[in-house]
Design a protein around this ligand. Structure first.
Ligand SMILES: *[C@@H]1O[C@H](CO)[C@@H](O)[C@H](O)[C@H]1NC(C)=O
Ligand SMILES: *[C@@H]1O[C@H](CO)[C@@H](O)[C@H](O)[C@H]1NC(C)=O
Ligand SMILES: *[C@@H]1O[C@H](CO)[C@@H](O)[C@H](O)[C@H]1NC(C)=O
Ligand SMILES: *[C@@H]1O[C@H](CO)[C@@H](O)[C@H](O)[C@H]1NC(C)=O
Ligand SMILES: *[C@@H]1O[C@H](CO)[C@@H](O)[C@H](O)[C@H]1NC(C)=O
Ligand SMILES: *[C@@H]1O[C@H](CO)[C@@H](O)[C@H](O)[C@H]1NC(C)=O
Ligand SMILES: *[C@@H]1O[C@H](CO)[C@@H](O)[C@H](O)[C@H]1NC(C)=O
Ligand SMILES: *[C@@H]1O[C@H](CO)[C@@H](O)[C@H](O)[C@H]1NC(C)=O
Length: 490
């Protein structure tokens, strides 16, 4: 039993220095500058390393300021503020978001100076690994667009454990290459699409702000998809977009991690190539292909409605190639110190898919930088990367876009005759060279050479230079975040 005087003293202290609310570890706390605790500060738990992050959820001319101190989290400690002092740090906001990482051996205090901002919603988070609020370096991936659709993928959010096959039971994926199960990571991944004219990219770049903005278009299909070795992604087939319009897109994870923006434009109203996607045997195909409109009201092609005239020979080529490849003692004998039969099969699959599924493109009047404004002559045998000076005097690189007249035979003889003219976006020559590099010499897989006939059927000089200098080409990549697509690479 404590003496009565001491009990009185304890009670008095509690009333006097009211305990600050704790910020819970690895949790996002939503607050409003008008309804802050008194004093307007929070206790940070003791830990060797913590990442504090802040995100504003709406914009204002006067913005609150955030100060952190890591001396202690004791109730008698003063709130850190603009006057600084030892171990006081301001969390500087950039486009609405800020973070501070440091040691909190005695805990710390995070104070909010509302700075006159009234009724402004914001979020605070304390995490022990990386800041919960983050603008990720990985960008969303644009598959392709039609006049009113867009196929978008999130950055990979979960790795896939692909076991390297080993000798003597060296088995390679079958020709139909089923997707690897389903992802287990339960992030809440959402997509935001806005006409570029709304200027979303110039506003706050926080998850809570962006997720409160109107998003246009309708999600016609949402699925998890593993398009390449990077892992599982979310894939959205968006419908209801406007032809010939510039759009800005973001992908948000848990409304805190922001990926983007990327930019893209829809095709003109007369564009008539439908999208092909979600093919397990060609997981990287996610673009428009010169095919008739999909059957029975479908809005795109996937593995359930592609003509078998097209898929049967493809699967047969894939199976026969794998049979030939495994006549080599894969995993016992090595033809290269860096690549094996599994790499060879994977690269051959990508190449076979990219030449089997011809890609459509279009000169873009809305975004002349995204696609060449003037495609090559119908008689052109192919396209090498070239620069052209546009009306504004800026230099831009023309895409590997080649017109196909109605009477021209399709590049893949198994594709039906479309019955109208279209523009073909040639595969990047690198798609072929990757097979050449990954496969054993006895297969005698040969790519056309740059200085001889490569440009007849490939886009040359975009990624690698025309002399074969790796990544020394005019663009270094097949496509970029601004909506430029120069050649097809899957
Ligand atoms: C507070 O953070 C600063 C900067 O990271 C660090 O130098 C200092 O040791 C920390 N103080 C405590 C008590 O953790
Ligand atoms: C943390 O803030 C710094 C600027 O202070 C910024 O450069 C960095 O990208 C931020 N980190 C994250 C994960 O957002
Ligand atoms: C699951 O997601 C978290 C957060 O994005 C990531 O750190 C972790 O590596 C993922 N797990 C797998 C198996 O990819
Ligand atoms: C999103 O939240 C879930 C559940 O809270 C968590 O498992 C996952 O790691 C979070 N993902 C990211 C990227 O923060
Ligand atoms: C995912 O996030 C969105 C936007 O923040 C929210 O509306 C939705 O309820 C969340 N879904 C789940 C399953 O958590
Ligand atoms: C979405 O697309 C995938 C792949 O094409 C398909 O398997 C799935 O059934 C579709 N989902 C819905 C709800 O239509
Ligand atoms: C694959 O091999 C079989 C058997 O040798 C052959 O009949 C078939 O035509 C080959 N497929 C292709 C697409 O060449
Ligand atoms: C679309 O974006 C491109 C590139 O940013 C720009 O040059 C073009 O003027 C835009 N078009 C329209 C119609 O806004």
């Amino acid at each position: 039993m404590l003496p009565e005087s001491l009990i009185f003293l304890l009670a008095a202290t509690t009333v006097y220095a009211q305990a600050r609310p704790n910020l819970e570890l690895n949790t996002v706390t939503s607050l409003n500058s008008q309804r802050l605790p008194q004093p307007p500060s929070f206790a940070i738990p003791q830990q060797n390393k913590l990442c504090i992050s802040v995100a504003l959820c709406s914009d204002s001319t006067t913005l609150p300021r955030f100060f952190v101190s890591n001396i202690s989290n004791s109730d008698s400690q003063d709130d850190p503020g603009p006057n600084g002092g030892p171990n006081v740090f301001e969390i500087v906001l950039e486009r609405g978001q800020g973070n501070w990482t440091g040691t909190f051996v005695n805990g710390g205090i995070l104070a909010v100076d509302s700075n006159g901002a009234s009724g402004l919603p914001f979020e605070l988070a304390v995490a022990d690994d990386t800041p919960l609020h983050e603008n990720t370096r990985d960008l969303p991936f644009l598959g392709d667009t039609t006049s009113n659709q867009a196929l978008l993928l999130s950055p990979a959010f979960q790795k896939i454990d692909i076991e390297k096959p080993i000798y003597p039971s060296y088995t390679l994926p079958t020709a139909d290459n089923p997707q690897p199960g389903q992802p287990t990571n339960s992030s809440n991944i959402t997509v935001i699409i806005s006409p570029t004219s709304s200027g979303l990219a110039d506003k706050l770049q926080t998850g809570c702000f962006l997720s409160s903005q109107p998003s246009v278009g309708t999600i016609a299909n949402e699925t998890f998809w593993a398009r390449d070795e990077q892992g599982w992604r979310s894939q959205w087939l968006m419908g209801g977009l406007t032809p010939s319009t510039n759009y800005t897109a973001y992908v948000l994870q848990n409304s805190t991690k922001v990926s983007g923006p990327i930019f893209f434009s829809t095709k003109s109203a007369s564009f008539n190539c439908p999208l092909v996607h979600s093919l397990p045997y060609c997981p990287g195909v996610a673009y428009s292909v010169p095919l008739p409109a999909p059957p029975s009201g479908a809005i795109s092609y996937d593995s359930s409605n592609l003509p078998t005239d097209l898929t049967t020979p493809l699967l047969s080529y894939m199976a026969n190639f794998t049979t030939t490849l495994t006549t080599f003692a894969c995993g016992r004998d090595w033809y290269s110190p860096i690549v094996g039969c599994d790499d060879c099969q994977r690269e051959y699959r990508k190449w076979l898919c990219s030449i089997s599924f011809t890609r459509c493109g279009e000169p873009s009047t809305e975004n002349p930088n995204g696609f060449t404004a003037v495609p090559g002559q119908p008689s052109a045998t192919g396209l090498s990367a070239t620069k052209q000076t546009d009306a504004a005097g800026a230099q831009r690189v023309l895409s590997a876009l080649r017109p196909q007249e109605t009477r021209d035979p399709p590049r893949n003889p198994f594709l039906p005759q479309l019955g109208s003219r279209y523009n073909m976006l040639l595969p990047c020559l690198e798609q072929c060279n990757q097979v050449d590099r990954a496969c054993p010499p006895f297969l005698q897989f040969k790519c056309p050479t740059n200085d001889f006939n490569a440009a007849a059927s490939y886009g040359v000089g975009y990624i690698d230079s025309s002399d074969g200098d790796q990544n020394g080409g005019l663009t270094g990549v097949a496509q970029d975040r601004w909506g430029n697509v120069w050649c097809n690479l899957i």
